[in-house]
Design a binder for this molecule. Structure first.
Ligand SMILES: *Cc1c(COP(=O)(O)O)cnc(C)c1O
Length: 222
């Protein structure tokens, strides 16, 4: 058994049946991805458009590719015809352009809205107020080719587990509130993407439905 295979089997022990594993394969080789594929994993996450399009061309067709990084509007067109889920939508401008490109491709593309939960300034995402404002706007309701499938967030990079737990809890609360207030008639608002290699077990305890795990599967990135 390879290390990748062993890591995946270990992680599965911690995953409840309702939690989806996104294998974050950015910077890792196609042969390493195939090792994970051979254990049965089909959902892979990448954060760079060029790397994703190359891998998508070379790897099996039944891989379900998720885009997890910061997406630039001018690059949407390169992934729009195959991407299954875009995790990090952090502005109306981006959402609108995804809608525009999806329309051209005759698709409805699933998106997660990224919420800023961390203390760090540098992390992207909407505040609670910003996301509510956008969802209530007339402009938003006109978008026909995107589907808001849920929320995504990244906790502060810290050793303080309580801090991390509180941030995930805050995101779960927002998720539940939006589900009640705005998406009660919308059965596709189901995913809460939170948790990475160092914090996915906490995220699961706090209600994550989708964990994005990279280094704990594939080792450190160069
Ligand atoms: C790289 C990355 C991950 C995976 O990080 P690990 O700590 O290696 O598990 C998850 N989410 C996003 C948005 C990332 O960019």
């Amino acid at each position: 058994m390879t290390i990748t295979e062993k890591n995946i089997l270990d992680i599965r022990k911690y995953l409840p049946a309702n939690v989806t594993l996104v294998c974050v394969s950015k910077f890792h080789s196609e042969s390493t991805i195939l090792e994970a594929y051979q254990t049965g994993e089909r959902i892979f996450g990448e954060s760079r458009v060029q790397e994703l399009t190359l891998k998508q061309q070379n790897l099996p067709d039944d891989i379900r590719w998720h885009f997890i990084g910061h997406l630039q509007t001018n690059k949407i067109k390169f992934i729009i015809n195959f991407v299954e889920l875009i995790h990090g939508v952090d502005s109306f401008k981006l959402l609108k352009e995804i809608d525009n490109q999806a329309k051209k491709n005759n698709r409805k593309v699933k998106c997660l809205l990224q919420i800023h939960i961390a203390r760090e300034e540098s992390k992207f995402g909407f505040s609670d107020e910003e996301v509510r404002e956008m969802l209530a706007s007339a402009e938003f309701t006109q978008l026909q080719h995107i589907q808001i499938a849920g929320l995504m967030g990244m906790a502060t990079l810290t050793e303080d587990k309580n801090q991390i737990r509180n941030e995930f809890r805050q995101l779960k609360m927002l998720f539940d509130q939006l589900k009640m207030d705005i998406f009660s008639q919308n059965e596709s608002f189901t995913e809460l993407s939170m948790g990475m290699s160092d914090d996915y077990t906490i995220a699961i305890e706090e209600g994550s439905t989708m964990v994005r795990v990279g280094s704990a599967i594939f080792g450190n990135r160069d």
